[in-house]
Design a binder for this molecule. Structure first.
Ligand SMILES: C[S@@+](CC[C@H](N)C(=O)[O-])C[C@H]1O[C@@H](n2cnc3c(N)ncnc32)[C@H](O)[C@@H]1O
Length: 243
């Protein structure tokens, strides 16, 4: 897979200078799909275009959407980036470990997600990704400037080679992220209704389910089967004498 198939998603970027610098470095490394979730700055204004220099085209073709799920529409794989190490349950991988996974044939289209300058990504936003990347830094100061984090990631992506994966699965059969997300919503709602989950435990328990399914790389047909089982269980719960 070509790096140009990877979308760079910025969640609520607040600095036009950062967004302009990011457009420039993306073009330096042959990436051009920039998606902005609810941008908090004028990403087409003077500051951004000045920093973009010869990458105004990347800014002009940037897509602005309201939510992260909209930004991930159609993607098969996503990696979320974070500087945080504590209060994080899933393994954090280095760019060299994890970026080749984004370039495998069955990954496309794929996305790399970056957080806000002041507070990064929320836990809920991190959960939309299947893998998590932390750029190794000195332990004394782990938080990189947003544009620097994107620059290092684009460079590492450009140096990465996809792992060769032996599989009989047709790439088109891998479920897209929104299909799997709809399954998680249905599962959570059923588990809440049977009181396996409670509102205060739901998000941490659902994170465990996400980890499990992330390892399986579900196909569209398999998600349809799982959703069919949930529908049948929901129906059975409404039948007198069956519950
Ligand atoms: C300035 S940082 C936000 C820092 C914030 N305190 C936090 O909780 O992550 C903005 C974004 O840059 C990226 N970033 C910064 N440092 C990083 C690192 N060491 N590894 C990976 N991404 C990093 C992440 O996407 C992060 O959300």
């Amino acid at each position: 897979m070509n790096v140009s198939e990877v979308k760079i998603i910025l969640v609520e970027p607040g600095g036009a200078l950062n967004v302009g610098s990011i457009a420039r470095v993306m073009k330096n490394f042959a990436l051009h799909q920039l998606v902005l979730v609810n941008p908090q700055c004028d990403y087409l204004g003077e500051e951004a275009t000045r920093m973009a220099v010869h990458a105004k085209d990347v800014l002009e073709s940037a897509v602005s959407v309201a939510t992260l799920p909209q930004a991930l529409q159609g993607c098969k794989r996503a990696i979320a980036t974070t500087a945080r190490t504590r209060d994080f349950n899933s393994p954090l991988q280095s760019p060299r470990e994890v970026l080749p996974w984004l370039l495998e044939a069955s990954a496309q289209p794929a996305a790399l997600i970056f957080g806000r300058e002041d507070r990064g990504l929320s836990n809920e936003e991190l959960n939309y990704a299947q893998k998590f990347m932390r750029i190794p830094t000195d332990a004394g100061y782990a938080s990189l400037n947003l544009a620097s984090a994107v620059a290092i990631s684009c460079y590492e992506l450009a140096q990465s080679q996809p792992h060769t994966v032996e599989t009989n699965i047709d790439d088109k059969e891998i479920a897209s992220l929104e299909v799997v997300e709809a399954y998680y919503k249905q599962l959570e709602s059923l588990l809440l209704s049977i009181e396996y989950l409670y509102p205060h435990t739901a998000s941490s328990r659902m994170e465990k389910f996400r980890q499990l399914y992330n390892r399986a790389q579900l196909q569209t047909q398999e998600v349809a089967m799982l959703r069919g089982i949930l529908r049948q269980m929901q129906w059975a719960l409404t039948q007198p004498g069956k519950s």
